[in-house]
Structure formats: C-alpha cells, structure tokens
Design a protein around this ligand. Sequence first.
Ligand SMILES: C[S@@+](CC[C@H](N)C(=O)[O-])C[C@H]1O[C@@H](n2cnc3c(N)ncnc32)[C@H](O)[C@@H]1O
Length: 435
Amino acid sequence: MAGVAARRAVLEILDRVWEGAPLDEAIAKTRPFEHLEGPDRGFARLLATQTLRRRGALDHLIGEFLDRPLPKKSARVMDILRIAAAQLLILETPAHAAVSTSVELANERGETQGYAKLINAIARKIGEAGKEALEKIPARTDTPSWMWRAWERQFGPVVAKAIAEAHRETPPLDLTFKPGEDVEAWIARFKEAGLDARPLAMGGARLPLVSDVTALPGFEDGAWWVQDAAASLPVKLLGDIAGKVVFDLCAAPGGKTLQLAAAGARVTAVDKSGARMERVSENLARTKLTADIVEDDALRFKPAEKADAILLDAPCTATGTIRRHPDIPWSKGETALAALAELQSKMIDHALSLLKPGGLLVYCVCSLQREEGERQAKAALARHPEIERVPVTAAEIGGLDKAVTREGDMRTLPSMLAGEGEMDGFFAARLRLSA
Ligand SMILES: C[S@@+](CC[C@H](N)C(=O)[O-])C[C@H]1O[C@@H](n2cnc3c(N)ncnc32)[C@H](O)[C@@H]1O
C-alpha cells in the first residue's frame, strides 16, 4: 500500500502542472517522485493522471459537499481533496487509507492544518457517495468551457459529447512496425507475454497500456516504435517516397521521422529543441534507421537543396491528445491557441518556399481546434494560388472513411474507433505546389 510520500509527490506534480508544465515533465522534475519505490511510483503516476483526467467532475463533486467555496489561497486544500476523491472514486483505494493520508498531508503544513477536520469530513462524505456520484456528472464537466464551446460549434453536440467521453478512458498503446516486420508474428509474441494485442486497420498493433515499453518484446531490436494510430496516418499521405528528398520540419520526438526513413526517403529532420532532438537520434539508433538531424527553427531553415515532399507536424495546442495528456485542458488556454495559429500559418508559408515544383506538403496537427486545422488549410489555399489540395482518400488511411472531410482533408477524432480503444484527434491536409 502506497504511503503518504506518494500522495505528497502527487501534490507537487499537480503544483507544477498548474504552473503550466506538461504532466510528463512535471513528473520528471519532481524530486519526491524520484525517491519513491517502483509500485509507489506507479500509484503516484496513476493518481496524478486520473486526478487531471477527471478534474472538472471531481471539483464539481467536492463543491457539492462544501458549504462555501474555499478561499483562493487554499489551493493546496483543494488539491488534497481532489486526490482524496480520485483515490476513493476512481482508484478504489480503501477509504481509511485515502482519508487518513489526506488528513496527514493537511497536518504537515501551517497553511492547511486548520482544514484537516474539513478534509476529513468531506473525504468521508465523498467515499460514502461512491462511484455513482462521479458517473452521474456529464463528461463535458472535465472540459474547460472555451474548449467545449469550440467542439460543439465545430462538430455538433453529439460528437462533442462523444469526444469528452472518450477523454475519460485510459488510452491503449499503439505500435508502428518497420516495413518487413511480420506484425501478426509480433502480435502472437505479445499474446504469449500475456498482452491482449490486436492488429490495427491502419497497420501496426494495439496493446493495453504498459508502464515500461522498453521491457516489451521487440523494443531492443528496434522492430517498432510507439505511435498512436492517428499519428501514423499523415506520413501515409505522402505516398511512395522511396529515394525522395523529404523534410520533416517539426520532427521531435521522431515518430514520423522513423516512418519517413523506414519508407526509404532521404530524410532531413528539423526541430528547434536540441533536447527533444536527442530523442530522435536515440530512436533512429534503436531502429537502425537514418536521417540527417538539424537543430534549427523551422521558420529559418535554409537547406542547400529543395524537397520533393515535406511533412509539417506543427506545434499546436495538442487538444487531440488529451487522452494521453490529461493536463492539456488545464495548461492550454485560448491565448495559446491564437499565438500557435499565427505560428502555424508562417510555418506553412516557409515550408512551401522549400518545396520543388510539383512537390507535396502534408500539414498536420494533433489538435481538435479548427483554427489550427481546417482553417489553416483553407487560408493557405487562399494565400497561395500556386498550390492545390490533393484530396485524401479513405483507402490511404486504413479505410477510415469517417475521417475524410467534405473538403478532402483528414480529421480524426478521439471518439473514432469507439469501443476499440479510440484514437487521437488529428488534422492533415495534403497540398501540392504547381509544377
Ligand atoms: C507536434 S510536435 C512534433 C511531433 C513529431 N513530428 C513526431 O511525430 O514525433 C511539435 C514539435 O515542434 C517543435 N517546434 C516548435 N516550434 C518550432 C520551430 N519554430 N521550429 C522547429 N521546431 C519547432 C517542438 O520542439 C516539437 O518537437
């Protein structure tokens, strides 16, 4: 049974997330987390993830038991209540452990000591209310209102609700294999290892989420890499790229670089983050694939030779990946969206200037927001009479016809592959420069 140290580490992780750090980074930088033993680490990671995933609903429920809202300066009291509620209603932690550790945490600091009794009473009431109380709260409660309104406008209320419901689920682990690997044979090996693996229509395999992918069969051999089913689709839109000069303009951590290199392209991978580029180099080494690595700003990148094809997987709000990164609703606001949309259109313009006549640009983002997706494609076509859209077909993306828009772009949603583990939300447009 995890002790109070694991819960203390979760509070610190949450603090960092509220300051704007992505969850993975917050975990990596939290010292008390590092000092936990293996199972306690697993517990702390799960508790932080689930608290963030259901923060809206947990807050709503806590609010129902509070006579009056907590003062703003009592943020830590609210976090103690959040993690108590997540343990009681999601993790199924025994009530005595969830309640007593919460009271212990409250008693550790002067600022929270005065709330220990209140925390005790509310945590008990939440435990008594049980899971059903949480299940009754609509999924949209876990989505900030600006995001919810945008999805409702863009996809309609039914789909927006399905998206929010998909965000409640723990996502699976999707793997993309090197060409030539026998996916069925690998699936058989995963099954032998006790994992419920199955093939994906768009290629690759789907497994239940595991805590350590490096221990899976085939990791050391570099037979596969981790990549959500949706993230594997944009590269397919470049068609046959064997022997062609391809730029991967925002490349790190490199899932798509590996796909491009595995397809036989002469790849130049560009990213402005040196630290993230190290991950690309590690991934290339593990999979025995090659690409030129360039640490540069994609807006300034000036290659000696132009490209036959470019993949621009632009920085974005990443709202399509909330299942995997439940901190996003709380760390990305509308202000970030506007700034990113401006950067994306500049990146598209610069990418087009690096293409050979007749070359293809696939622009993609793991965002659900139309300002970063559909509107970027439309605006690029309006700004550049020298480009045309090459419509995406369902056959190119594993037969996923629902993901082909009327305009001919690709739009996947977290509510797709429903009941089979769903998928990330991605947008991709394929644009060709006139010859
Ligand atoms: C969506 S991620 C790319 C994911 C990657 N394509 C993959 O499949 O693994 C966006 C990347 O853009 C990079 N980035 C952000 N601004 C950039 C810029 N101005 N120039 C180059 N890279 C940039 C970030 O460092 C980040 O690695």
